[in-house]
Design a binder for this molecule. Structure first.
Ligand SMILES: Cc1cc2nc3c(=O)[nH]c(=O)nc-3n(C[C@H](O)[C@H](O)[C@H](O)COP(=O)(O)O)c2cc1C
Length: 197
């Protein structure tokens, strides 16, 4: 099969409108009506709720967990507003940010490996697991997932969801859009070390 992937030249929130449009288009094409979406301060959730109003899409909005970095920034009144519109807002444990709770760096390494695709790929995997752990999506349920680079949205995928207890059942089946690189600008060119014979 052939399918379109949109690559944004730069990561960031300026790609939010395009990402929301592409995510909805692909959800419609696949008959998917549930979209999992990362939103820290509520801006992206608000924009998505307006962009997808009347489409039949039910969002599972996943903000940061309580106690993470600057604390909870998702507005409480927006939680009520979104739930009133039939969406879910799920505050769960961020599985890649365990602060060595189990004495291992594995979650951080997993996160960094996923970030080699882009920041959003790490977030997509993390919020699928969080949403499934919270009972908002079933194992094997096909969903669209939307995330970004710190603010807004620039990454969207189609996935078969699974909870953190069944990581092997999670599949990213399609990439809808992503930024070309994980950070703004190209990395500095560092010459390879001289060959030692
Ligand atoms: C659980 C969670 C983890 C996130 N992790 C990262 C991350 O590792 N790197 C990153 O650039 N953005 C990360 N984000 C940001 C999101 O991908 C997205 O851009 C942001 O939540 C949108 O928030 P806004 O509604 O305030 O625009 C994370 C967000 C959430 C909710």
């Amino acid at each position: 099969m052939e399918e379109k992937i949109v690559y944004f030249e730069e990561p960031g929130a300026e790609n939010t409108g395009d990402t929301l449009r592409l995510a909805l288009e692909r959800a419609r094409a696949r008959g998917i009506n549930k979209i999992i979406l990362a939103s820290t301060r509520g801006d992206t959730a608000r924009q998505a709720a307006a962009a997808w109003a009347g489409s039949g899409v039910k969002m599972v909005v996943v903000p940061h967990q309580y106690g993470f970095m600057a604390g909870q920034r998702f507005p409480p009144e927006l939680v009520e507003e979104l739930r009133g519109q039939g969406h879910a807002v799920h505050f769960g444990t961020m599985l890649f940010h365990t602060e060595r709770l189990f004495g291992t760096d594995t979650p951080r390494v997993m996160a960094n490996l996923l970030r080699t695709f882009c920041q959003g790929m790490k977030v997509c995997v993390e919020i699928i697991l969080m949403a499934a752990d919270g009972g908002h999506v079933a194992t094997g349920e096909e969903v669209v997932v939307v995330s970004g680079t710190r603010w807004g949205a620039d990454t969207a995928v189609v996935a078969l969801a699974a909870p953190s207890t069944r990581l092997g059942d999670l599949h990213i089946t399609e990439i809808i859009c992503k930024p070309l690189q994980t950070k703004q600008g190209r990395p500095p060119q560092i010459p390879p070390p001289e060959k030692m014979d």
